[in-house]
Design a protein. Structure first.
Lengths: 288, 295
């Protein structure tokens, strides 16, 4: 048996940084290509489109499922002759107004909620009641109150956006760490300055998530509302376009309408929200 | 059980004040103009707070005063209410009894004249770069603006050797670097007193020791007043020139003593002082456990 005292002290020389072989080497081209997120996503889309095309041709019934190419052709035609752009624009216009009002309202409600106990209770109760209530269920009432027009649409949009966004904002504000709050108070920040300079940036990941959810809710509500009561003040949106095309059995056009909604959704998600994320929460290390 | 802690005072604030210095005389000469009046005066402060089921007394009639240029360390085991006390000095909590005055004015709310350095790494605002974090309080409190604020911030970032990281975001820094930014931020405001709540407690031992050295050399440069809370006796001896000992549950003053002179934290005197402090802090617990063979 070796005794503990018999072990000698050992001293080693370490190598300098220039004496190693490979410290880092670039990945192969295939690996680099596979590492691109957007490329992988495009690949998924291509596979899905191919499956659709093959199924459509095999089924050979354009009234049920027209092939992908027919839908794309309808889309291109109606984009070229300006029908889809006008319809989309009219939808987006209403959507933006509703989304903006809903977000501002949610912001006010949340600030009210964090500044007083009664405000918290109010927002808690309101979100508990109204968040599960589908906006479409309010449409009949909205039609009576605001008539057949954009007013009703905006009303249901605001309803669908406000509760979802304020729920997330409140959760975000509540999650701001005590230390961050104490830091803000240390700087003599109070009231609205405290909210704007400390709470909103600190809660920004939640706020952004809320805005995303609100945006998706708004889209769904708008298209559904347009499908239900269709044309407003002489000019319908995308929902109405889909409804109209279905009535005339232009099924490729129905798909073209759906594709347009998807494309706009993708553009907003990847263009607007992803950009905001990259510029803010990701740069700040609040989201990986 | 050998004799009780003869050195420890009874825990009334008055007797604690009268206690003569235990080892070295008070280290540093105080400027004449400030000599008569303490910078920070804590008088008989009792802190109570409510939890769901209990009313807890965190500290009971604690008194001490901090002079200009002091490195005043509050040391005590966990549960002695030292962080609560520091938060009261910071203005976040209001004492149930007693009074805290800074330069003769009672402390009522948090303010930039008492900059806090917290233990937690998330005290830096993650949406601001290192430089912005330091300039932010300068700008929001209106102390400085524009280029002047940036210059001041850079000056203190250089002092903590982080000028190269001015444009990094906090999440890119190590724990020790984050605490250095927090210290630079506190010092850049040039507050009346810097309040430090166990700022090095979450650091590894090597980083911690280096940070202590850096803090001392910063103090040599600028002679700021600091109130430092820790549960580490060696840290208290190394950093402080004056040490306040609190007993646990609730925190009461056990003693207020001078530390060893600067740079002698490894001497025999320092070791003796450490043992003395340790004995005072844990004397009660030894008394309570009759089986323990008191040293």
């Amino acid at each position: 048996m070796l005794q503990a005292s018999e072990r000698p002290n050992i001293y080693c020389e370490t190598l300098g940084p220039d004496q190693f072989g490979i410290i880092e080497k670039p990945l192969t081209l295939a690996e680099q290509i596979y590492n691109k997120v957007w490329l992988r996503k495009v690949m998924i889309l291509v596979v899905l489109a191919l499956a659709w095309e093959i199924y459509g041709r095999w089924l050979d019934n354009p009234l049920l499922v027209p092939p992908f190419s027919a839908a794309v052709r309808a889309l291109v035609t109606d984009v070229a002759n300006g029908i889809i752009p006008t319809r989309a624009l009219s939808s987006i216009e209403v959507l933006l107004v509703g989304f903006a009002i809903g977000t501002v309202l949610a912001g006010l409600l949340t600030v009210f909620a964090i500044s007083s106990k009664i405000g918290t209770d109010f927002l808690d109760t309101m979100t508990a009641m109204f968040n599960p209530l589908p906006a479409i269920a309010l449409l009949p009432l909205a039609l009576i109150w605001f008539g057949l027009g954009n007013g009703s649409l905006i009303f249901v949009l605001v309803h669908s956006v406000t509760w979802a966004v304020s729920l997330n904002m409140l959760a975000g504000f509540r999650g701001v760490s005590t230390t961050a709050r104490m830091v803000g108070r240390n700087y003599n920040l109070r009231g609205l300055r405290f909210v704007c300079l400390i709470l909103i940036p600190a809660a920004f990941p939640s706020i952004l998530a809320g805005l995303k959810i609100g945006w998706a809710f708004a889209w769904r509500t708008l298209i559904a509302a347009e499908l239900v009561f269709g044309v407003s003040s002489g000019q319908g949106g995308l929902g109405w376009y889909i409804f109209e095309s279905k009535n005339q059995l232009d099924i490729p056009e129905v798909f073209a309408g759906l594709l347009t909604i998807i494309l706009i959704g993708l553009a907003v998600e990847n263009g607007v929200f992803r950009l905001i994320e990259a510029r803010t929460v990701q740069r700040w290390g609040m989201q990986t | 059980m050998t004799g009780g802690p003869a050195l420890a005072s009874k825990t009334t604030p008055e007797t604690a004040r009268i206690k003569p210095a235990l080892s070295a005389p008070r280290g540093r000469a105080v400027p004449d103009s400030e000599a008569g009046r303490p910078l920070l005066d804590v008088r008989g402060v009792t802190m109570r707070y409510k939890t769901q089921a209990h009313l807890i007394t965190a500290t009971y009639r604690v008194s001490f005063s901090v002079l200009q240029g002091d490195r005043f360390v509050v040391v005590g085991p966990s549960g002695c209410g030292k962080s609560t006390l520091l938060k009261a000095v910071g203005g976040y909590l209001t004492p149930t009894e007693g009074e805290i005055t800074l330069k003769g004015k009672p402390v009522t709310s948090p303010g930039p004249d008492r900059m806090m350095v917290f233990q937690e790494f998330d005290q830096l605002l993650p949406w601001k770069t290192v430089l912005e974090n330091v300039t932010f309080p300068l700008k929001t409190t209106g102390a400085l603006r524009g280029k002047a604020a940036t210059d001041r911030a850079m000056q203190y970032l250089e002092k903590v050797k982080l000028a190269d990281f001015a444009h990094s975001y906090p999440h890119m820094l190590s724990g020790g670097m984050k605490q250095r930014v927090a210290i630079a931020r506190g010092m850049a405001m040039e507050p009346d007193i810097l309040l430090m709540d166990e700022p090095f407690a979450a650091l590894d031992a090597l980083t911690r020791s280096r940070m202590q050295d850096e803090l001392l050399s910063l103090w040599d440069e600028t002679r700021f007043t600091v109130l430092f809370v820790t549960h580490s006796i060696p840290e208290a001896i190394k950093l402080g020139n004056r040490i306040l000992l609190l007993s646990p549950h609730p925190g009461q003053v056990k003693a207020e003593i001078n530390s060893v002179p600067r740079g002698e934290e490894n001497s025999n005197e320092a070791a003796a002082l450490g043992r003395e402090i340790h004995e005072m802090l844990f004397a009660d617990q030894i008394k309570k456990a009759p089986n323990a063979s008191g040293e």
